[in-house]
Unconditional design. Structure first.
Length: 114
């Protein structure tokens, strides 16, 4: 499926979290914005970023173990750009641009093309 960018977006986190199964993260605040529920702010080896709750196994609520590969890389996009859809998660879409770069973009900045 193709996605059209209806509002430009610039990467917020220049050094995104890259996590592998078994990595232990320090859990922080949970996202409160209604359309982005399901994300939790985590720290791993001094780097911080948002991680989907679905891939974190936790016992005590302070630390969690990552259950699958995850990259928090965001994608800079411009209005009118057409990208390939990969998947959607908690109000964000993982997209691939014409150069082959993949990254997350807020769903509210996109529109599916028929």
């Amino acid at each position: 499926m193709k996605i059209k960018i209806i509002k430009s977006y610039k990467t917020v986190y220049e050094d995104p979290l890259i996590l592998n199964p078994g990595d232990e993260v320090i859990l922080g605040e949970e996202e409160q914005k209604e359309e982005w529920l399901g994300w939790i702010f985590c720290e791993f080896k001094g780097n911080k970023g948002w991680v989907p709750n679905d891939i974190i196994k936790t016992d005590d609520g302070a630390r969690g173990i990552i259950t699958e590969y995850y990259s928090a890389k965001e994608l800079d996009v411009s209005e009118g750009e057409i990208l390939d859809y990969i998947k959607e998660l908690n109000g964000w879409q993982l997209l691939k641009n014409q150069k082959g770069d993949t990254g997350w973009v807020p769903k509210e900045n996109t529109k599916p093309l028929s």
